[in-house]
Design a protein around this ligand. Structure first.
Ligand SMILES: [Zn+2]
Length: 690
């Protein structure tokens, strides 16, 4: 009625403007829906921008025609002082979480008992790892948005939610039982795509700010911002899964999802109606693997009773509905207390800060330590003792800390400082070479370094001395048997002293000495790697061995000659020179030479038989009978080449357990693929027996 009044007083110009404004808003809504919800743009960006500019201009000319539901009003308003509180009309319940199939079975049994002989179905949906919100619509228009808060009272974040482009400011009218739904509540989850999260984090780090631990934290942090203009700059996403209205009786969760879609709300296409528990488990299993294909994080599956009348009858217990359950996938990130930061000394003297954590279960095992990389990393994240931190496993063996929950930081915490001295008994001064992030213990006599260095020397990929593991090394260093790696080869002369030690019988000593003796046959490149020269890994050691043929030649080479090898930069060349010129190291080398270790590559001296000459092999996955390195050496000893990447020139790809992308690549390129067994058969046809 008011509209008529206005129209009578409007000038012709204004009437035309009003009409055009309505047209433009309808068009923009339609295009926004196509773009942000369906991801299927209907017009070009340029045409869209033109329409939008026209609307802005008209609204500027007639400010009284601006309404809060106009697409131009998504971003606006002044920063708030604080959020107002909102009482939820229906409490926002939190779902009971389960981690086992048994709990899902128990849940189903309780439902069956409660419903007697009635039939029932489950609606299974993805559980988005985001922030739950409630959206209230009146007369079809978005009027109020709130966080869950404590479930009864949340924060009014309407202005922030308006900035989310997939959130309809005006819902499409739909009719249910002859009633147009206009007053209703929708609930959903605000989340962020992983790639947007990563990009924002990179930007923050570049600007010297602390990165967020995960997309959910970033989303929550964004929704808490008091300035909607800042929120508008963060690409938030919305997914809706709940609809309630006093106007009509709604019947099923699955039909509500369809209604939401028809009303223009973003819903996830991945939901399924399940008539049996087997279907539920199939859905759970399918998404356990497929979740990595999604561009956002989900942390489980929500199983809801589909019939809303049955839901009502089951009701709630302790703020959780009895009619729904969340099956959570194994977390890839965990939150725990950081009890202490200790220093670990590596074989090259590098000192690494390590986090001691309150043990927490993460992706299949209990984690109590995590790497903190170096002092710069700690400073960047501002990790402090007493903090609650996020830990991830992310493919590596050693878990890492990815973020700090600043809300949980104790008031009296202080920034962590890198100690100036090594934790070893020598307490020697720590030193950071220019241009490096790492600190090093300067003392060559640092017993921790000695231990690490001997462990490395004896390790499987280096000299491969069985029986000389971490514990034995620690014991023999402590007892004064080992001070340098060269002392290993003097152990044979101390046989009697060894046999007398507690826990050391004759047999054990003989086994160890035999393993040490056998290690003398290791090829030059392994010896070179075993020496533990700073920055020289397995690959570089091989390159150097191939290129120079002996340690003497390597040490004679100038910095330029070393750097003539493409993979060798100034850092490695410098490290080699330092090593070769160190009198201490030279003394060790002399002793190792005397012991009979290979310091030059006797190229194919023993193996004149070269059945694999001209053939290139790539190994992927774990082999049962040997390590990948051993298999590669076997191929090389038979005249073949082992490389790490697959190309058309590759002769064979040998595939072990859990192969990586090389397997797929081989299939794509049509390179012959061998199983471990077929690989050995191939060798057998060439007269090689293993
Ligand atoms: Zn030290």
């Amino acid at each position: 009625m008011q509209e008529h009044l206005f129209q009578h007083t409007d000038s012709d110009d204004k009437r035309r403007a009003r009409q055009r404004i309505e047209e433009l808003r309808a068009l923009i809504r339609k295009y926004d829906y196509a773009y942000y919800v369906q991801a299927q743009p209907l017009i070009s960006d340029r045409d869209y921008d033109r329409l939008f500019a026209e609307l802005v201009e008209l609204e500027q000319r007639y400010p009284d025609l601006v309404t809060p539901d106009s697409p131009t009003q998504r971003v606006g308003g002044q920063p708030l002082e604080e959020f107002a509180h909102v009482q939820h009309r229906t409490p926002m319940l939190s779902l009971a979480n389960t981690y086992t199939r048994q709990e899902v079975l128990d849940f189903d049994r309780r439902i069956r008992q409660a419903l007697g002989h009635e039939t029932y179905q489950y609606c299974c949906e993805l559980k988005f790892d985001g922030v739950a919100v409630s959206l209230r619509y009146e007369e079809g228009r978005f009027v109020l948005g709130a966080t869950r808060g404590d479930g009864l009272v949340g924060d009014d974040i309407t202005a922030n939610l308006r900035t989310i482009r997939s959130l309809p400011l005006v819902a499409q009218p739909v009719t249910v039982e002859n009633v147009i739904l206009s007053n209703f509540e929708v609930r959903g989850e605000v989340y962020m795509l992983r790639r947007d999260f990563e990009q924002l984090n990179r930007q923050r780090i570049a600007e010297g700010e602390k990165p967020f631990a995960n997309p959910r934290n970033l989303t929550a942090g964004t929704l808490k911002l008091l300035d909607p203009r800042q929120v508008a700059q963060r690409p938030l996403q919305l997914v809706c899964y709940y609809l309630d209205s006093d106007q009509v009786r709604l019947h099923r969760q699955s039909s509500n999802l369809e209604l939401l879609r028809a009303m223009g709300f973003p819903i996830s296409p991945h939901w399924r109606l399940c008539a049996t528990l087997n279907d539920v488990f199939a859905f759970i299993d399918q998404w356990e693997t497929r979740r990595r294909e999604l561009p956002f994080d989900i942390d489980g599956i929500v199983v809801k009773l589909d019939d809303l009348e049955q839901q009502r009858r089951l009701g709630t217990v302790a703020r959780s509905p009895r009619w729904a359950i969340a099956y959570k996938y194994e977390a890839e990130q965990a939150r725990t207390l950081l009890k202490d930061i200790v220093l670990q000394v590596g074989r090259t003297g590098v000192v690494t800060p390590v986090a001691e954590l309150e043990p927490v279960f993460l992706a299949g095992s209990t984690v109590s330590r995590a790497t903190l990389h170096n002092a710069a990393f700690i400073e960047q994240l501002d990790v402090r003792i007493g903090d609650t931190v996020y830990v991830e496993k992310g493919g590596e063996v050693i878990p890492k800390i990815v973020g700090v929950d600043l809300d949980a930081r104790p008031a009296d915490s202080t920034p962590w400082r890198m100690p100036t001295r090594c934790p070893c008994p020598h307490r020697s001064r720590l030193h950071r070479p220019p241009g490096e992030v790492n600190y090093y213990c300067e003392s060559p006599a640092c017993p921790w370094q000695i231990r690490r260095r001997i462990e490395h020397f004896a390790s499987r990929d280096a000299m491969d001395i069985e029986g000389l593991g971490e514990k034995v090394v620690a014991e023999l260093v402590e007892a004064g048997f080992l001070e340098t790696i060269a002392d290993i080869y003097d152990l044979a002369s101390k046989r009697d002293q060894l046999v007398g030690r507690p826990g050391w019988g004759t047999k054990r000593v003989e086994n160890l000495l035999a393993a040490i003796e056998a290690s003398k046959a290791q090829p030059f490149h392994r010896v070179l790697y075993a020496l533990g020269i700073r920055h020289i890994g397995e690959v570089t050691a091989k390159l150097l061995a191939e290129h120079f043929g002996s340690l003497d030649a390597i040490c004679r080479a100038t910095m330029d000659e070393l750097q003539a090898i493409p993979e060798i930069g100034p850092r490695i060349a410098d490290s080699i020179c330092t090593f070769c010129n160190d009198p201490e190291e030279r003394h060790i080398i002399t002793r190792l030479k005397k012991a009979g270790l290979a310091f030059s590559a006797q190229r194919q001296s023993k193996q004149s038989h070269q059945p694999l000459a001209g053939k290139t092999f790539v190994f992927t996955g774990e082999l049962d009978s040997m390590t990948r390195t051993q298999a590669e050496e076997l191929v090389e000893s038979l005249g073949g080449r082992a490389t790490s990447s697959v190309s058309r020139a590759t002769s064979y790809v040998v595939v072990g357990r859990s192969p990586g992308s090389k397997f797929t690549k081989a299939q794509q390129l049509g390179v012959p693929i061998l199983s471990e067994r077929e690989f050995f058969e191939l060798l057998r046809t060439h007269g090689v027996t293993i």
